[in-house]
Ligand binder design. Structure first.
Ligand code: NAI
Ligand code: MG
Length: 355
């Protein structure tokens, strides 16, 4: 099988970590029977400054017509609203209907202050909620008022919950096949329906319904109000397996959860739709360290593995995860954000050696 992968480095350290992602794919053992071809694609703030658009049509068309998956680095955004600029990754998620943002958060020895291993995944709805960006501002006698629409649909809530159920089953399969015990498949539905009874109420009841048939396959389902979830996530992160959340809560929870395992430079994500996945490290373009060859490539390498999982190449993914974990556990080649002194390229070389 040959997979064609679009490479979208974007801005800043995106240009240092995406080449690392490509190298790791090229280094996968030939015995997998898997080969890759690559196509370089543009998007980002520099692209916008050069061409007036942040996401060229050519990038979208190539992804749609030629590619099986893609890797996205990071893009810088202007700190003040800039006419004509809008985030390319947000647009890509829409154009390709990548309705889920999936973020595994996993601790490896040396990367967390928690005694018990953390191994959870946040499945964030990616198309609606407050992020439909339907906002308005108007004047009143007491000054300006701004409002935003929070939109929750049955369709989006149902398909995100179904994906969470599928992921819970897959994780259970992997644990069973590697003899890991102790944890069993669980999905926690996140909401605030005690206050937002209609919007979050709909999310909650729809997710419950969609998850019902997973229960007969051994997945337990529970739910939690988002604020109490933040508390418990930071006290007992080891108790979670799969968390499913509407867009805004999912955004906040997943950045927060990244702090549980050491560095933003470690946490991967994937934007997933029907039959397509874009791997994307959770961090931004990190202008403070760009061009210095010290950015941590691991978030990207794990995003590569995550993309492969959603393209049904679980074996290839496992090889990458294992090599990355071994690099972290040994701790000889760690980038500065992890307290080490290794260059980006040295971290990559160490991981390639282990594959
Ligand atoms: P950031 O994630 O770029 O950086 C935050 C801090 O973490 C910085 O000190 C940075 O050096 C460090 N860091 C991030 N990734 C790292 C890595 N791989 N290795 C080592 N250290 C790492 O977030 P920040 O500074 O808030 O935003 C910078 C730019 O990135 C902004 O223009 C922002 O809009 C954009 N951004 C883009 C995102 C995306 O493309 N998905 C996500 C977040 C921010
Ligand atoms: Mg975020």
């Amino acid at each position: 099988r040959t997979l064609r992968i679009g490479l979208i480095p974007g801005d800043g350290i995106g240009r240092e970590v995406i080449p690392a992602g490509r190298r790791i794919l090229e280094a996968l053992p030939k015995s997998l029977g898997l080969t890759f071809s690559f196509v370089d694609l543009e998007a980002g703030f520099e692209t916008f400054q050069k061409t007036g658009v942040a996401l060229p049509e050519k990038t979208v068309d190539t992804l749609k017509q030629e590619c099986d998956g893609a890797l996205f680095g990071a893009v810088s955004s202007p700190s003040t609203p800039t006419k004509g600029y809008s985030s390319p990754i947000v647009a890509l998620r829409k154009r390709l209907d990548l309705y889920a943002n999936v973020r595994p958060v996993k601790s490896v020895k040396n990367t967390t202050m928690f005694p018990d291993p953390i191994d959870l995944v946040i499945v964030r709805e990616n198309t609606e909620d407050l992020y439909v960006k339907e906002e308005k501002t108007y004047d009143t006698e007491n000054g300006k008022v701004a409002e935003a629409i929070k939109r929750i649909s049955e369709r989006a809530s149902s398909r995100i919950a179904t994906m969470a159920g599928d992921i819970a089953l897959r994780r259970q399969r992997v644990r069973d096949s590697t003899g890991q015990t102790g944890k069993s498949a669980n999905v926690t539905i996140t909401h605030k329906s005690n206050v937002l009874s209609q919007t979050d109420g709909l999310f909650r009841s729809t997710a419950r319904e969609a998850l019902a048939h997973f229960q007969s396959q051994g997945v337990t389902v529970d739910e939690q109000i988002v604020d109490s979830m933040v508390y418990k996530l930071f006290r007992q992160p080891e108790t979670y397996d799969v968390i499913v959340a509407p867009n805004l809560y999912g955004d906040i929870l997943s950045d927060g959860a990244a702090a549980l395992v050491g560095s933003l430079g470690l946490v991967p994500s994937a934007n997933v739709g029907e039959g397509f996945a874009i791997g994307e490290p959770c961090h931004g373009s990190a202008p403070d360290i760009q061009g210095m060859n010290i950015s941590n490539p691991i978030a990207t390498l794990r995003s590569v593995a995550l993309m492969l999982e959603f393209l049904n190449e679980e074996k290839a993914a496992a090889i990458i995860y294992k090599a990355v974990d071994a690099n972290l556990e040994e701790g000889k080649f760690l980038s500065p954000d992890m307290g080490g002194q290794a260059k980006t390229t040295e971290v990559v070389e160490d991981i390639l050696r282990r594959m």
